[in-house]
Structures are given as C-alpha cells and as structure tokens.
Design a protein around this ligand. Structure first.
Ligand code: NZQ
Ligand code: ZN
Length: 389
C-alpha cells in the first residue's frame, strides 16, 4: 500500500429486511425536533412514509416536513432547507430516499447555521466547515442504491443558473450518523433508475481502480466488489425482486464509495466530472450520464495506463491473455464491460442523455478538468464527447 492515509468512517449501518426496527433506538440519541426530508413522493406511494412517521410519533418527536427534494438537488432547494432547519431549530435531519435526498441533507446539515452563502463557501470555494460551526446530524433510510451517499461525506448540488453541478466531499463530521439499509425498500425503484444506480456503482469502482502502478490491496477488494456487482446485476435485471441479488448490490454500493477502495490510490474521477457536467446542462439521470461517456473515455486514456486495463480484463472479466498483445487484452476487457452495459440496459451514447453537437462546448466548459493516467484538457473533453455521440 503506497501513500499515507487515514481511514475513518463513523456511519453505523443497520442492514437487512428488518433493519427499520433500529430506527427507534437511533432516534433516542437526538433531541425532539426531526426534519423529515424526502423526495417527490415515492415514499408516500410505497407506504414507507407512514411507517417512518409512526416510529417518529412513538419516539415522541416533533416532525418538520421537508418534501420535494428533486433528483439532482438544486441550490434553491438547499437554501429552502437551510431556512426550514434553522427556523425550527431542528435536532436531526432524517433523509428518506435515494442519493439526492441524502446529499441534500448533508448540504443542509453543514449550512443551516452558516453565516454566508453555502454554494460559494462549500461548492465553489471548497472550504470545510469551521470547527466552531454548529453542524446538524444526519440519519438516512435509503430507498435507492448507487451513490454510496449513505456512508460518505459527498453532497452534490446543481446550480442551473450557473450551469454547474458540483460535489463537495465533507469530512467525517457530516457523514450520516446512521443509515438503514433494507434491500426490500429498493424493489419499487423503476427499472431505468435501478440500472442507472447499478452503473453508478461500477463507475465509482472503476474511477478508483484506474490509477497507480503499484500492487495494492485496494484493487483486490475493488475487483471482488466489481465481480459481485456484475454477477448480481445480471440476476436483478431479469428478476428485480430477487432478494439475494438486490441485497448484494446494496451492500456493494455502500462499500464502493465509503473511501475504503480508494485508499492508497490517486484515483481518476473524470467520468464523473464529465457526467456531472452533462447533468448540469441536461439534468439527465446521474448513472446514465456516466454510462454514456465511459467506453469512449477509457478507450481514449487506455494507452497511458495499459497495465491496469490488462489487469481489469483478466481479473474482472476473465479475459485469457494467451497469444495476445497487452493492447488486445485491454480492449477485450473494455468490450466485455460494454457487453455488460448493453445487457443491463444503460445509456450507450451521449445523445441519449441530451448531449448534442450544439451543446458539447457548454458541457466541456462545465467540466472540472483533472485526470489519472492522463491529464485532460478542454480539447480532450470535446473529443471524448464527440466520440460518445
Ligand atoms: O423523489 P422520489 O419520488 O423519491 O423518486 C426518486 C427519484 O425520482 C426515485 N426513487 C428513489 N427510491 C425509490 C424511488 N422510486 C420508487 N421507489 C423507490 N424505492 O428515484 C429517482 C432518483 O432518485 P435519486 O435520489 O435522484 O437517485 P440517486 O440515488 O441515483 O441519486 C443521484 C444524486 O446523487 C449524486 C448524483 O450526482 C445525483 O445528484 N451523487 C452523490 C454521490 C455521493 N454522495 O457520494 C456520488 C455519486 O457519484 C453521485 O454524484
Ligand atoms: Zn456516481
């Protein structure tokens, strides 16, 4: 393991079909006023809302309703949530939903008592909350799998006026204090969102995997998670209510982005940077924006990190290297990835997520530049997007 790092993760996880039973004991650790944050209504349709409200009442809590957190939560909604949390002096934010609700809850938790503009402070200037600032605790009940937001400090907010979608990674003070992971709550997620979430997990794993030259335990852990995801996703797309598959995927998603497999790795988040830029311009579903550019992106940079693409082909996709050049093996790995993507049904080109020859420049302008094996320029982004169309 190269590098120096600290691993700390304070989120307590309750996993399984009976995990909601732990909500009451968690609530007992916080004050009386709970802000109940949720999305556009799926939790009301599934009956989860009533279940959670009952537990809150049993626990003697006062509920502050905070509905309408949209997919790709906006800066306007963040401001609204901060006002609500501050005016009601809430003691806990309970986020019930997918990554968008969890991300938003962390944003509010960091910003409710901030004097100043959270968009400028955290998302544009990337500052961390001052030690003296009151931060609100967040608890999550996850209903959609993919982002890893349930066990990390990530909070992605979209500013449509500025054409920007930016992820702030807060430190462990803002990671959820607890998360309830009941795989059955994900059964009602529409197929399009479900597979977008599956691809989001794969993308998180690949973005941490494709960097470095050293032999790293992080990569062995990562390969195991990728293999499990590929196996279970093939079952879940055919049979969405297969508990074994959905529960494995839920557990994989959490470990894919709780910082563990990124330890000792430089990492390369360019697929996410391009995907987020597409999201800022078109508001498309996060996982699909990633899928749309993944194959062109990795083919573009492959020659700079060939050894890791060969390893990916052999260890994740069982490509036999006999009699083949490294380049052939690496390409076979990417072809296998492409085949799996088609099989589960994700976006296979950028047009599907709203990119057009006319808005490519706008997406490139919104992309935060960086890289791993290769440092990318704006011209590279334009070329990758052109190839992705
Ligand atoms: O709003 P409701 O009505 O709840 O509907 C949601 C939403 O329309 C629906 N849904 C969720 N659970 C459901 C359900 N529908 C039926 N049954 C259920 N059980 O699914 C739709 C999408 O939900 P959303 O939360 O937006 O999806 P996801 O979990 O993919 O979150 C996406 C957001 O997370 C950010 C993305 O950028 C995006 O803004 N990310 C956060 C990360 C992090 N914290 O580390 C990392 C990721 O890379 C990602 O960027
Ligand atoms: Zn993601």
């Amino acid at each position: 393991m190269l590098g120096n790092f600290t691993f700390e993760n304070p989120t307590r996880l309750h996993f399984g079909e009976n995990s909601l039973e732990h909500l009451k004991e968690e609530l007992a650790l916080y004050g009386k006023t709970v802000m109940l944050s949720y999305g556009g209504g799926s939790i009301k349709r599934t009956g989860l809302y009533d279940q959670v409200v009952n537990v809150l009442h049993e626990a003697g809590k006062t509920i502050v309703e905070d509905s309408g957190v949209m997919p790709n939560p906006t800066v306007e909604k963040l401001y609204e949530g901060c006002k609500l949390a501050r005016e009601n002096n809430v003691d806990l934010i309970l986020a019930v939903g997918g990554g968008s609700v969890c991300d938003y809850a962390k944003g509010v938790a960091a910003s409710a008592w901030l004097d100043g503009d959270p968009w400028q402070t955290y998302y544009l200037d990337y500052k961390d909350p001052e030690p003296s600032l009151r931060l609100l605790p967040v608890g999550c009940i996850l209903t959609m799998v993919g982002t890893g937001s349930e066990m990390n400090g990530g909070s992605v907010i979209t500013n449509h006026k500025q054409n920007l979608k930016i992820g702030k990674v807060f430190d462990s003070r803002l990671m959820p204090k607890f998360t309830i992971l009941n795989p059955k709550l994900t059964y009602t997620v529409p197929q399009y969102q479900m597979v977008a979430g599956f691809f989001d997990i794969m993308s998180h794993l690949m973005e941490q995997y494709f960097s470095n030259e050293d032999d790293s335990t992080s990569d062995y852990l990562n390969e195991g998670l990728m293999r499990s995801l590929i196996h279970s996703s093939r079952i879940a797309v055919k049979k969405p209510q297969d508990y074994e598959a959905r529960s494995n995927i839920m557990w994989t998603a959490t470990w894919a982005l709780n910082t563990l497999v990124g330890k000792g790795k430089r990492q390369d988040w360019m697929v996410h940077m391009i995907g987020q830029a597409i999201g800022a311009v078109t508001d498309a579903t996060h996982g699909m924006t990633l899928a749309a550019v993944t194959i062109p992106y990795y083919k573009y940079i492959m020659h700079c990190g060939l050894h890791q693409f060969v390893r990916f082909a052999k260890n994740v996709w069982n490509v036999c290297p006999d009699g083949k050049t490294d380049e052939q093996v690496a390409l076979e790995g990417l072809n296998a990835l492409e085949g799996w993507m088609k099989e589960i049904g994700v976006a296979m080109n950028a047009a599907e997520v709203g990119v057009t020859p006319e808005n490519i420049g706008q997406v490139a302008d919104a992309t935060i530049l960086g890289g791993g094996f290769m440092q990318l320029t704006r011209d590279d982004i334009v070329e990758i997007l052109r190839r992705a169309l």
